[in-house]
Write a protein that binds this ligand. Structure first.
Ligand SMILES: [Fe+2]
Length: 409
């Protein structure tokens, strides 16, 4: 007999046989390891969504080689995908990432992950161990033809797992296709265990096996001895922390302002060059807003952890950089909405002359921003973890076309 563990939120009965004998059933993702048996320890969770691809990430307690099996129907037939780099299948690792390409937009796929233990890996001999597989879950690819959808934005949870879980559990999930974590979900990045405990595991408990979260890097996530590994856990299609995403009537642009302080600040230990990094993004942003796809999108929404602003403290240069360099480009590009965090309180800045020609909504440490995107209207509703309304704004689709070129500065 074969064990089959289906996700509870899926309707119907799963008939997909897993590769496991009943004596070794698939563990519920996120549950603590109870023995030394091969197990999936975190995930699988959905990352890097697009109209034609998605990446699935998980960890195991022992080194494995892994694959993802996926199909249009829970009954199959299943295709199998592995990750290949430089001619080698990813193997002998406990962190598994498999990108599925060639997918159809707006299409639901059923998937499970399978890892096979590598007991030893020597020059002339590889000893294989047991298999472990996840329950079957499903995800849906993004689709620019979708008439309407919703997304959630949370930020600055700073490893407050109880608060994050409270927010996720009380959120209105109807029509939600993407969750954005808009920076500083971690206080610093020291270990895989910390990334899992603070972000992945609570997300798995509520949605992350079937809905992607998009991790926007905050300044705190540039800190700590493990911070250079963050993209291994939250991979992106561009391989960068800045990129665009398209879904329904929205073109998203995700940017990374890096650390809030000047690179020469002693707190940065001489280990950063964010000045060059943000300048490269300025050039990239210029090319993005000149694209037809940007100009023709019904709505343009940007996510940047640091809000534009000026402070009296001369060390704190980055928010001013965003204000002086990115805001004018986003103005000329006809941005509709900028979503920020960082200051730990909710704020709404409507469009104003001489500054931002778009709405800025800044989430707090205890807020969930829900955006309902329809063909002619964005509705931005922000509630606290206790359900208290912080604000609701509506942004109609602009009548005038976006400018075709950025103003020269
Ligand atoms: Fe921050």
């Amino acid at each position: 007999a074969l064990a089959c563990a289906c996700r509870r939120d899926r309707a119907g009965t799963c008939t997909v046989p897993l590769l496991l004998p009943a004596s070794r059933p698939a563990r519920t993702a996120g549950a603590p390891a109870q023995s030394q048996a091969l197990a999936i320890t975190h995930g699988p969770y959905i990352q890097a969504p697009s109209g034609s691809s998605i990446t699935i990430v998980w960890t195991t307690n022992r080194p494995c080689a892994s694959r993802v099996e996926y199909a249009l129907s829970p009954e199959g037939p299943f295709a199998s995908a592995v990750e290949v780099r430089h001619g080698l299948l990813e193997a002998n690792t406990t962190l598994h990432r498999v990108r599925l390409g060639g997918l159809k937009p707006g299409t639901t796929y059923h998937y499970r992950v399978v890892s096979r233990e590598i007991v030893s890996y020597e020059h002339l001999k590889v000893v294989w161990g047991a298999n472990v597989a996840s329950p079957t879950a499903s995800f849906t690819t993004l689709d620019t033809a979708r008439a309407a959808f919703s997304f959630l934005v949370l930020n600055d949870r700073h490893e407050n797992v109880a608060g994050l879980l409270k927010a996720l559990r009380r959120a209105d999930w109807s029509g939600v296709d993407i969750v954005f974590y808009n920076g500083d979900m971690l206080h610093f990045v020291d270990s895989e265990e910390q990334i899992m405990r603070s972000v992945v595991d609570p997300s798995m408990q509520v949605f992350a096996a079937r809905i992607p979260f998009v991790f926007v890097r905050g300044n705190h996530e540039t800190r700590g001895g493990f911070c250079r590994r963050l993209l291994d856990y939250f991979p992106t299609e561009s391989g960068q922390y800045y990129y665009t995403l398209d879904h329904g009537p929205v073109r998203f642009i995700v940017m990374d302002a890096g650390e809030d302080k000047i690179d020469s600040d002693p707190e940065l230990h001489g280990l950063s060059d964010f000045a060059s990094y943000v300048e490269a993004q300025t050039q990239w942003l210029k090319s993005q807003i000149a694209q037809d796809r940007w100009r023709q999108a019904p709505f343009r929404v940007a996510l940047v952890h640091l809000p534009p602003g000026r402070t009296a403290d001369a060390r704190m240069v980055r928010r001013k950089y965003v204000m002086d360099n990115w805001v004018p480009l986003l103005n000329s590009g006809g941005l509709d909405l900028l979503l920020c965090g960082h200051l730990h309180r909710y704020a709404h800045t409507p469009p104003q002359k001489e500054s931002n020609d778009f709405h800025i909504v800044q989430g707090g440490t205890d807020t969930t921003i829900r955006v309902d995107a329809a063909a002619s209207l964005l509705t931005v509703t922000t509630v606290t973890d206790s359900g208290e309304m912080r604000g609701r704004i509506t942004i109609p689709r602009r009548q005038r076309p976006a400018a075709t070129a950025p103003a020269e500065r």
